[in-house]
Design a protein around this ligand. Structure first.
Ligand SMILES: [Mn+2]
Length: 458
């Protein structure tokens, strides 16, 4: 990979005075990739244009203008090598393409493509992580960009096991050394800075207990803990405001409770979904939506998933003028998620198969269907010990998003990325992703469902 990084750097510097096109994905990782690349071209005074793409496929490949002297793709491209190759041949593109990515690599050798991907040496980082390593290859002093890679890694849930590892760990160290990011140990509950504790507990779905979506039980539970330990946890305070000693007590109690709800062979993985590291931006205010990286990632998604890249990028760049706009976007995003969940609860049939479950809808927009699929584990009717596939209509095809609980992923060795790739290719589509979260675009949903059960066994 470092050989490829150096090659990429060499070619980039050779094109310093030429026209460069940079295309990135639209999620948090794609946007942080874009910010890093934007900083690089600014610092080197390179003339570059930027575009965002939801994905690369036979149709969207035409949105990439092959008149540029150099094309850089970030946070996608590895899985679309044959589509890119076809296009290169069609337009007789004889210049270079640099791919900075971390997705599964399609087995296809393409001349003129420099592929930088940590999977080639079994390491882990996100798209923005690869962009950061690219930046560092150019100038090793640019550790001020490391924080964007850490945000990208959290956005891509690479901290799934409670901490960032592998290359992400090294990048995290740079971000800490630069003074931008701090690590804390905390409970793995969402909303550490901005939600009352009882709300964080309400939506905690990594283990389905009697606390899920049940405020009355949560308040009783906190009272019980307070009495048992002679302490005074205030459930209306955010997690970030609680003393560490209280969090340890809550965590231990949560562990004891959770163990009653999981199959025996899952038990050893439960601590990982309760305790772990969290990451914060050192320079943001306590209680701000931008402080905790998980929450920040939601903010970025709430802009970028609806096409408001300007706000997302400016928030990442620290431009506070965009804070109110972002909050408005966040409120709209939350409202859409709430409505989508309600729609699943009341109007959608959850179809249960032996080793998975799925639902179909034409009411949830493809841009949030993946997030909604993940949140659907807060719904009673969804079996929390099986993967879920959500199928949404998208113009003339279907967008499928798959999710599974972290514990299922740890204990059962499920690989949703592999499964969705196999099944989607049999359904006139394409897809891929990670073990616990993946997505696809397909034409034939009956065929897709038919193939899925087998694909999940591979
Ligand atoms: Mn990514």
């Amino acid at each position: 990979m470092f050989k490829e990084l150096n090659k990429a750097k060499e070619i980039f510097l050779k094109n310093k005075n030429n026209k460069v096109l940079i295309a990135t994905h639209i999620d948090t990782d794609g946007l942080t990739s874009m910010v890093i690349l934007k900083k690089i071209v600014e610092r080197l005074e390179v003339d570059a244009d930027f575009i965002f793409l939801k994905q690369i496929n036979e149709e969207t490949i035409d949105d990439i203008d092959f008149d540029y002297d150099l094309i850089i793709l970030a946070d996608f491209g590895s899985g679309q090598l044959s589509i890119i190759k076809e296009k290169i041949e069609e337009v007789r593109y004889n210049k270079k393409i640099i791919i900075l990515d971390h997705h599964q690599i399609e087995k296809e050798r393409v001349e003129n493509i420099i592929l930088v991907n940590p999977l080639t040496e079994n390491k882990e980082t996100c798209g923005a992580g690869v962009c950061y390593l690219f930046a560092k290859a150019i100038n090793s002093n640019w550790i001020d960009l490391a924080k964007y890679a850490v945000i990208g890694a959290v956005g891509d849930v690479q901290n799934i096991e409670g901490k960032l590892k592998s290359l992400n760990r090294e990048i995290l160290c740079d971000a800490i050394f630069a003074g931008d990011v701090v690590i804390k140990n905390d409970l793995q509950l969402y909303g550490r800075q901005t939600r009352p504790l009882f709300v964080s507990l309400r939506y905690w779905a990594d283990v389905r207990t009697d606390l899920l979506d049940n405020d009355l039980n949560i308040i009783k539970y906190i009272n019980y803990i307070n009495k048992k330990y002679g302490i005074d946890i205030d459930p209306t305070k955010s997690l970030a405001k609680l003393p560490y000693s209280y969090k340890k007590i809550i965590g231990n109690e949560l562990l004891i409770k959770s163990l009653q709800y999981v199959p025996p062979h899952w038990a050893k993985y439960v601590p990982k979904v309760i305790f772990g590291e969290v990451y914060e931006l050192s320079y943001e205010d306590e209680g701000s939506y931008l402080k905790d990286l998980e929450e920040l990632s939601t903010c970025i998604n709430s802009c970028s998933r609806y096409g408001d890249y300007e706000t997302a990028i400016n928030i990442l760049l620290g431009n506070k003028k965009y804070y109110n706009k972002m909050i408005k976007n966040l409120e709209r995003h939350r409202k859409n998620l709430r409505e989508a969940l309600n729609h699943i609860k009341t109007e959608v049939e959850i179809k249960k198969e032996k080793n998975f479950q799925y639902f179909e809808t034409d009411k949830i927009k493809p841009n949030i269907i993946g997030i909604v699929a993940g949140m659907s584990y807060t719904i009673d009717e969804i079996d929390w010990q099986k993967p879920i596939f959500a199928i949404a209509e998208d113009e003339n095809s279907y967008k499928v998003s798959a999710r599974c609980p972290k514990l299922l992923c740890f204990a059962e060795n499920i690989d949703l990325g592999k499964a969705i790739k196999i099944a989607s290719e049999k359904a006139n589509g394409s897809g891929g992703g990670h073990k616990f979260a993946s997505g696809a675009y397909i034409k034939n949903k009956e065929e897709f469902i038919k193939c899925l059960s087998e694909a999940l066994k591979v």
